[in-house]
Design a protein around this ligand. Structure first.
Ligand code: FAD
Ligand code: FES
Length: 312
């Protein structure tokens, strides 16, 4: 049986068994959320030995070369020595500089990191507070603000959201792994119609990407569609309407639970060149993907990010 070693502890494990399960059952403190390779909360560093990684492309070549692996995606293939992610050592310390409730459920956090974070619009990063680590999309634009902005939907019970409800400016947290995202501004298609579809706080990465499109003076028309649980939860409506008033070619639509279904059913593709970016819950992404492909959108022109949360 292979031996798994973490710090001063070592124990025998089944060959082929899951690394995260083994760490947790031995009492090691490893945060996790999605168990699907999406959230990057379960990052660990393999110092010696070999694991079979089901999702190697979830990490960059640099991260992999440094030994980082997503524990939920790894099977133990032989003796292994790992170190768990320590936010104090491996993360970037950061301070909350603004906490604003944009609707009853969505809070906007502005977070000032102690060291610069190099990111692309649309990427997400792991926020650590206490022992909790969760991924959140960055809504700010690199180079424009010294802070990172996040939109957190606290409408459902959950560990991070419970803490977020009590956040005040000055609170400390740590930034963990920066996740690569399928969402990005399609700079190679400056004339294509751009359709941005968001449900709830899925608007966060699209907010950053919309600003990038405007910064790059995107020539094609841009439509942004925000689906909220109900009318009062279009948490960026005022800011979005101001952008629409300023920019020819930009339009916004606001839908709720009832109007969304008929909008989606009646959707037709005005141009086969449309590039669509969609972000939100797994159910939302599935419905959008199915409908857009039926409407004739070529596969490579739909980019999605799914807010997978903890499977309980
Ligand atoms: C790449 C990525 C980017 C993301 N970006 C964002 C973002 O920008 N904004 C955002 O708001 N979210 C985002 N998420 C989701 C986020 O990471 C968290 O999953 C979410 O905020 C819930 O975390 P939590 O700790 O509060 O809930 P958890 O404790 O992890 O619980 C998960 C879910 O379980 C259910 N649950 C938990 N406890 C209870 C209970 N006692 N009773 C009933 N149900 C319960 C709830 O539905 C809850 O939402 C993203 C996820 C991914 C993977
Ligand atoms: S990536 Fe492993 S728990 Fe989310």
């Amino acid at each position: 049986m292979p031996k798994l070693e973490v710090g001063a502890s070592a124990w025998a494990v089944e060959s082929g068994s899951n690394l995260l399960d083994n760490l947790l059952s031995a009492g090691q403190v490893v945060p996790f959320s999605c168990r699907a390779g999406s959230c990057h909360a379960c990052l660990v560093r393999c110092l010696e030995g070999y694991v079979k990684d089901a999702l190697p492309d979830a990490l960059t070549a640099e991260e992999r070369a440094e030994g980082w692996r997503l524990a939920c995606q790894c099977q133990i293939a032989g003796d292994l020595r790992v170190a768990v992610f320590d936010p104090k050592v491996d993360g970037i310390p950061a301070t909350l500089i603004a906490v604003d409730w944009l609707s009853v459920d969505v809070v906007r956090l502005r977070v000032q990191p102690e060291r610069p974070v190099r990111y692309q619009p649309g990427q997400s990063i792991v926020l650590w507070v206490g022992g909790i680590a969760r991924s959140y999309s960055i809504a700010s634009l690199p180079g424009e603000a010294v802070w990172l902005e996040f939109h957190i939907d606290c409408g459902r019970p959950g560990r991070f959201c419970e803490v977020a409800r009590g956040f005040t400016p000055g609170d400390k947290l740590s930034l963990g792994a920066l996740n690569p995202s399928a969402l990005h501004y399609p700079a190679d298609r400056p004339d294509s119609p751009l359709l941005l579809l968001a449900s709830g706080s899925g608007l966060a990465p699209l907010w950053g990407i919309l600003h990038e499109a405007l910064r790059q003076e995107h020539a094609g028309p841009i439509t942004i569609v925000h689906r909220a649980r109900q009318g009062g939860e279009h948490y960026l409506r005022t800011a979005l309407d101001a952008l629409v008033a300023e920019h020819n070619g930009l339009s916004a639509e606001y839908l709720d639970k009832e109007t969304w279904e008929s909008w989606l059913k009646g959707f037709w593709l005005s141009s086969r060149h449309t590039v669509t970016l969609a972000c939100g819950s797994p159910v939302f992404i599935e419905a959008v993907s199915r409908r857009l492909f039926m409407a004739g959108l070529p596969r490579g022109q739909l980019l999605t990010e799914t807010f997978v949360s903890k499977a309980i």
